[in-house]
Design a binder for this molecule. Structure first.
Ligand code: HEM
Length: 146
């Protein structure tokens, strides 16, 4: 599995860019301009986004977690004292945060499917996921340098 590490990290990074980028774009660009659009148009945009996201995001998120798990195994199996290292603890903290993201993401997808995702819930979901993602990216790089 270690032989494919370069491939895993490349796919992982691309998927992280799409997932994290979509959330940050929503919070920093879409949400502020929605208020400035003529009435009704903002609501249409808010409704169209989850439809579009549901087309590709489940595949992106699945690849992100699968490649993450594969890389975790490469590190874990190579260090018998994995949890005794700073790297091991920071990576484990990163993974716990990613599971919090997964929980929020799956709940939001279910709500969107059932039609119970109102604009207020939509907005706060993105803010919570955005904050968690900031922590994940900082830990993803910090685990190599702290
Ligand atoms: C929301 C989900 C996730 C996001 C946004 C995310 C994001 C990232 C980012 C940005 C990097 C740095 C890549 C680089 O600069 O080369 C990274 C590295 C890493 N991630 Fe994730 N990740 C997620 C889920 C996971 C999961 C579920 C695992 C393990 C089960 C995982 C394990 C790893 C490992 C081992 C690395 C180190 C790769 C390396 O640079 O050698 N990630 N992650």
């Amino acid at each position: 599995m270690a032989a494919y590490y370069g491939l895993f990290v490349t796919i992982h990074l691309l998927c992280a860019i799409i997932f994290v980028g979509a959330v940050f774009f929503e919070v920093l660009v879409i949400e502020p301009i929605e208020k400035k659009l003529p009435s009704g148009v903002g609501a249409q945009v808010a409704e169209a986004i989850p439809h579009r996201v549901r087309v590709f995001m489940p595949i992106v998120v699945t690849l992100l977690y699968l490649t993450g798990a594969a890389m975790f195994w490469v590190h874990f199996s190579a260090r018998p004292d994995f949890f005794g290292t700073r790297f091991g603890w920071l990576l484990t903290t990163k993974i716990l945060l990613t599971f919090a993201v997964l929980g929020v993401f799956v709940t939001a997808m279910r709500a969107a499917r059932k039609g119970t995702m109102d604009p207020c819930r939509f907005k706060y979901t993105h803010r919570i996921v955005g904050a968690l993602m900031l922590g994940i990216v900082l830990l993803a790089k910090g685990m190599f340098y702290l």
